[in-house]
Structures are given as structure tokens and as C-alpha cells.
Design a protein around this ligand. Structure first.
Ligand SMILES: *[C@@H]1O[C@H](CO)[C@@H](O)[C@H](O)[C@H]1NC(C)=O
Ligand SMILES: *[C@@H]1O[C@H](CO)[C@@H](O)[C@H](O)[C@H]1NC(C)=O
Ligand SMILES: *[C@@H]1O[C@H](CO)[C@@H](O)[C@H](O)[C@H]1NC(C)=O
Length: 458
């Protein structure tokens, strides 16, 4: 007997028609049952909602440090080392208003009566604003509903002094607020540098005037350079110049006046920053939104190592030291956008691709129709749209929705990179020097003294 004959039971065409049908039907049934078992066991378990820890709005305080238990976070001593060379011949512009604002900056946070003590592991959020009150109203509305906001320190940094913006910030009653005004902003100096001064060059064919052209032959525009100046002043100040953050070694979360935070934002940023060390050692930061501001996320059970985006980014003091070390590169790159400057002149100097860890669903969103910086065309008036629209908040946005069990998918980092020449607008030596002075100002004896002694500033 050949082996083929012996295995005749397996040969369907040798069976009777009814047995053949029965076999096929049972195979199909078995397959369907197996499919459902697999689905129940794996797919549902890891779906966005049911796989994540449920933290109700009024829920208990989660200890996220347990998300990355094998990584010991030591106290960050890198703040003591300062590899960048401090400039000694500093010139910071002064007028009456700038002195007054500096005195205001030294005031303690507001709402200490409502929120007298912050937990030891509180989070610091920095909101930097210019002059779009309709947007700020929406941003504050969102912030007031963020779970855990009452245990955060909110630092608001103003570029210029605008009464309507100021009164909106003064009306915040949901957390401690440390208010800062950039005292060297072009908006503070109506008739001298960093504002416009008599004798400044305007047109390309002018002679006997003050100013340097950028790579495209244009002179500085105070309103435009103010954005990069403010960001850099604000970064130096919140990391190196504030009593309130002096001992703070965790992550600081940064948002702008046209960024909306969903209720789960703080839960997610705590989780992402805690997971970062073991889930994505190559991630320098954590982000609450994809780098592509129009994308809301994959909505699949994954974590994403994405390009560092400028909506809801958070990093710690070691990363700040890494940024500060490249002050020369930051201050001399001929582009008036701080974010493009970082992508082109700073991050490429770091080891490996500069990734940021984020979840698969955004918990921060850019809602302005016009970006204040990118997209503003030379010669055209700045885009102002009055209607700040509140993004819709869905049920899911109330819950913590990342999960340390998910795999990390690395995106391909596209866009501005080393070699890009810059959009210009940053060619004037005075702007470059002021920028370098911001990097030095908290590291010179006299200023540090002032910083630590509020009395002397009054
Ligand atoms: C340049 O400007 C200064 C004052 O702004 C003036 O005193 C001087 O005569 C000017 N020089 C020339 C060559 O126009
Ligand atoms: C920072 O911590 C040190 C010691 O832990 C303490 O002496 C100092 O007062 C703290 N500084 C501030 C500004 O809280
Ligand atoms: C700060 O973040 C970086 C990047 O994730 C990490 O390597 C470093 O250990 C962190 N520093 C501290 C003190 O946690």
C-alpha cells in the first residue's frame, strides 16, 4: 500500500458529499471561534480606552514614577556646570518701563492664598503670550479644566505689556500663577533698540544708518525679531533666573496662547515624561501633540517617537543645559523663527535624531488660524483673527490615554534640517548680541545676586 492510500481520510474528494460539507462547516466555525478568542484576548485589551488606566476627572493622584521603575533618576547636577562661555561685556537695554517690569517679575506668584502649598512633585507649565486676547481666553478656558491644574505652577510670560492680556492673566483663579514680562522686548522700547531707533536702516540703498542686512538683504523689523527674543529670554529666565524653579529638576511643559490643553494633558505629560527614560531612551523631550499641527494622532495603541513639535513640549533641566550650550548657534542663525532655529542649528548638533515621545492621541492642540511666526509673509500685515474657536472636547479627552505596554514607533523626521539657510530676519548684530546677553545674564555675579535677593530689585 502506498502512503497516499493510507492517508485517504485526509483527501476530501474521497469522502462522501455530506461528510465533506460537515468538515468544511466545522472548519469554518472553528476559525470564527478562534478569531473571536484572539480578538477578545489581544485586540480589545490594548485598545485606546480600555487598555489605558482609567483616571476619572476627580480621580486620585497617580504616581507615574512607577511607569519606569528600572530607571533611577538622580538629582540633576548638570545645572552646576556651564560649558558655554559667558559674555562679560553685556549690554541690556533699559528704560523706566523695563525697570518697572523687572520689579514686577520679582513678585511672588499670585493665588498663594488659594493654593498655599504645591506638592513636592508638582509640574511647572509655562504659557508664553503676545497680544491675542481672544486666543488667550480660549487657552485659559481649557487650562482651567485640566485635571490636576490646581497642583501646578503656571508661569505666564508676556512679550510686551498689554492691559487686556494682563487683566486676563490676573483673573486666573484655578492655580498659582507666576507672571513675567519680557523687560527687553522691542514692545517696551518705542524709540530705541530693541525697538526702532532714529538712524536705523530701513531700505537697502540707505547709507549712514545703523543696522546689518540679513542674507536676503533686509534690515531688522522689531516686531518680527521680538518672537525669537521672547522665547530665548523666557527659556533662560524660567530655567536659570527664577526662585520659583530654582530647585525644580523635573520637566517643564511649554505652551503658547493659541494652544489648547485637553483635560487629560497633565496626566499624559506626567506619564510620557516618566516613561521616556525606558520606553524611548533616544527621546529628548515629550510632546502632547504630533509635530504636524494638523494631525490629531494615529488613534492606535502605540507610542510615537516623533520630531520635536512646538505644541505642548516638555523637557528637563539637563536638556535645557544642552540647549543653552548652543547659544552661539541659536543666536547667530539667520532665521527669526525660534523653532526653525532649533531644528536647523541646535538639534542637529546633538547625538542621534532629536526625538520626542508622544501618545497616539493629541492632548494639546493649536487652534489659531494664523501662526504668529511661521507663515507671516514679509511686507504683509500680520494675520489677526479674532475668533478663537474652542476645540471640541470629547469624552475620551478626560482620560489618561497612553500606556507603558505599547510599543514605540519611530517616525521619520522630515522638514527643516541642518543645511537649511534660514528665512532671514535675524541679520542685525545688535539682535545677535542681545540674544547672547540673555544667555549670560543669569550667570554673572551681579545678576545672580539680584535674582536671589528680591529686596534689591524693589
Ligand atoms: C552720518 O550721520 C551723522 C548723524 O546721524 C552725521 O553727523 C554725519 O554727518 C553723517 N555722515 C554722512 C557722510 O552723511
Ligand atoms: C533649594 O533647596 C535648598 C536645599 O535643598 C534650600 O536651601 C533652598 O532654600 C531652596 N531654594 C529655593 C529657592 O527654594
Ligand atoms: C532629562 O531628560 C533626559 C532625556 O530624556 C534624560 O536622559 C535625563 O536623564 C533626564 N534628567 C533627569 C535629571 O531626569
Amino acid at each position: 500500500m502506498s502512503p497516499l492510500h493510507r492517508s485517504k481520510w485526509l483527501l476530501l474528494w474521497k469522502l462522501g458529499i455530506s461528510r465533506r460539507c460537515l468538515l468544511i462547516v466545522s472548519l469554518q466555525a472553528g476559525f470564527i471561534v478562534a478569531f473571536f478568542i484572539v480578538h477578545l484576548l489581544f485586540i480589545r485589551k490594548s485598545s485606546l480606552r480600555s487598555g489605558a488606566l482609567h483616571v476619572p476627572r476627580e480621580g486620585a493622584y497617580l504616581r507615574f514614577s512607577s511607569l519606569c521603575p528600572q530607571v533611577k533618576v538622580s538629582k540633576d547636577n548638570s545645572a552646576d556646570k556651564l560649558p558655554w562661555k559667558i559674555r562679560q561685556n553685556m549690554f541690556l537695554p533699559r528704560n523706566e518701563l523695563s525697570w518697572a517690569l523687572q520689579r514686577r517679575n520679582a513678585l511672588p506668584p499670585r493665588n498663594l492664598d488659594l493654593f498655599p502649598v504645591l506638592p513636592a512633585d508638582h509640574i511647572v507649565i509655562v504659557l508664553y503670550v503676545h497680544n491675542r486676547p481672544a486666543y488667550l481666553k480660549v487657552a485659559l478656558e481649557g487650562l482651567s479644566k485640566v485635571v490636576g491644574i490646581s497642583e501646578a505652577l503656571l508661569v505666564v510670560s508676556h512679550d510686551g505689556f498689554f492691559p487686556e492680556m494682563n487683566s486676563l492673566v490676573e483673573s486666573i483663579n484655578f492655580c498659582q500663577v507666576k507672571q513675567l514680562f519680557a523687560p527687553f522686548s522691542p514692545h517696551i522700547f518705542p524709540d530705541s533698540f530693541p525697538g526702532t531707533s532714529l538712524g536705523d536702516c530701513n531700505k537697502a540703498d540707505e547709507h549712514n544708518c545703523t543696522g546689518d542686512v540679513d542674507q536676503y538683504g533686509n534690515y531688522r523689523a522689531p516686531r518680527i525679531v521680538s518672537l525669537k527674543h521672547h522665547w530665548w529670554w523666557m527659556m533662560n529666565t524660567v530655567w536659570d533666573g527664577l526662585l520659583e524653579t530654582h530647585n525644580y529638576s523635573s520637566h517643564i511643559l511649554f505652551i503658547e496662547e493659541d494652544h489648547f490643553l485637553f483635560p487629560n494633558a497633565l496626566m499624559n505629560i506626567r506619564a510620557l515624561t516618566a516613561m521616556k527614560a525606558c520606553k524611548c531612551p533616544s527621546c529628548y523631550m515629550a510632546n502632547l501633540a504630533p509635530a504636524d499641527v494638523n494631525f490629531k494622532g494615529e488613534r492606535r495603541p502605540i507610542l510615537v517617537a516623533d520630531k520635536i513639535g512646538n505644541v505642548g513640549y516638555a523637557f528637563n533641566r539637563s536638556i535645557w543645559r544642552k540647549i543653552h550650550q548652543y547659544a552661539d548657534e541659536f543666536c547667530s542663525f539667520d532665521d527669526y523663527n525660534w523653532d526653525i532655529t532649533m531644528w536647523v542649528a541646535v538639534y542637529p548638533e546633538w547625538e542621534g535624531a532629536a526625538y520626542s515621545l508622544r501618545g497616539p492621541r493629541r492632548s494639546a492642540q493649536h487652534f489659531g488660524k494664523c501662526g504668529l511666526h511661521q507663515g507671516q509673509k514679509a511686507g504683509e500685515p500680520p494675520c489677526f483673527d479674532e475668533g478663537g474657536q474652542m476645540p471640541p472636547v470629547e469624552e475620551e479627552d478626560n482620560y489618561y490615554n497612553s500606556n507603558p505596554d505599547w510599543l514605540v514607533r519611530h517616525s521619520i523626521i522630515r522638514g527643516y534640517d541642518r543645511g537649511f539657510k534660514g528665512w532671514g530676519g535675524w541679520g542685525d548684530k545688535r539682535d545677535r548680541n542681545l540674544c547672547l546677553d540673555f544667555a549670560s545674564m543669569y550667570h554673572m555675579g551681579v545678576n545672580t545676586e539680584q535674582m536671589h535677593n528680591r529686596g534689591s530689585l524693589r
